[in-house]
Design a protein around this ligand. Structure first.
Ligand code: ADP
Ligand code: MG
Length: 252
């Protein structure tokens, strides 16, 4: 409703790669505590939108505003410290470090800033962050794997590890790019349950998702992108029945 507190406002964003208009005229408002899904066919601009929100890409015009702060133009670590965490489409973990250390690092980065990673070894004896990291790993069901190298995890478990790396930061806003891609149906359902748990704790989420089962299980609101533009927005049921959405998915 109109009393909702808007946490993230994407305001008239454009982004091109050469002659390709990856994002045109994107306006998006994400309300506090809600799960906002972004769906659309491959190449629609979903990942580009997420990358603009986390500072990996600078919009050509427009702005991204988070809790009153303009994010666009800030470096990713500053955006992260403001309380925005992300889970990328391709897991970005530290393959040679233990599963536990993979989660200690983002906890430290959130607490002390990006450059604290240099001091990680010296501070490693700190129990507090390790406990926090272990709790995040329990939350995602990886407690049995804490001591093994990140790179040795299965594809689905790497995705769960990345989720723990985001959750350990207690983010105000969590952005997830296809968090269930490559997961079995069982792992997908576990991830849905996990994200529902964090929703119950009030975390605001933007989730890019291909799997409609995941969208219908989690989303309060859905924005549909096609060829860099918003073609529909509404509740999951509203967008499901929208002919323009069906056409976009059928390649019309
Ligand atoms: P989606 O995540 O919806 O599949 P993307 O945001 O990854 O789509 O891509 C949108 C469009 O922008 C695609 O046509 C893609 O090829 C193009 N694109 C994405 N990133 C780049 C880049 N860094 N350089 C050039 N083109 C890109
Ligand atoms: Mg993508």
């Amino acid at each position: 409703g109109r009393m909702d507190n808007i946490v993230l406002h994407v305001d008239d964003v454009f982004k091109s790669f050469g002659g390709l208009h990856a994002l045109s005229d994107i306006d998006l408002q994400v309300a506090e505590g809600k799960t906002h899904a972004i769906i659309g066919p491959n190449g629609a601009g979903k990942s580009t939108l997420l990358n603009v929100c986390v500072g990996r890409l600078k919009p050509d015009s427009g702005a991204v505003v988070f809790n009153g702060s303009i994010l666009s133009g800030r470096p990713p670590h500053e955006i992260n410290q403001l309380g925005v965490a992300r889970v990328f489409q391709t897991p970005e973990i530290f393959p040679d470090l233990s599963v536990l250390d993979n989660v200690v690092i983002p906890a430290l980065a959130k607490r002390d800033g990006a450059f604290a990673i240099d001091a990680w070894k010296a501070m490693y004896s700190e129990g507090e962050l390790k406990d926090k990291a272990a709790t995040a790993l329990e939350d995602v069901g990886l407690q049995e794997h804490m001591g093994q190298e990140g790179g040795s995890l299965s594809r689905g478990d790497k995705r769960r590890l990345e989720l723990a790396m985001g959750l350990v930061q207690d983010p105000l806003l969590l952005l997830l790019d296809e968090p269930t891609a490559g997961m079995s149906r069982l792992d997908t359902n576990r991830t849905i349950e996990l994200l529902q748990k964090f929703k119950a704790r009030g975390m605001t989420k933007v989730i890019i998702e291909h799997d409609m089962h995941v969208v219908f299980s989690l989303a309060d609101k859905v924005t549909v992108l096609a060829q860099g533009r918003i073609i529909a927005e509404g509740t999951p049921d509203e967008v499901r029945g929208n002919p323009a959405v069906q056409e976009a998915y059928l390649g019309g």
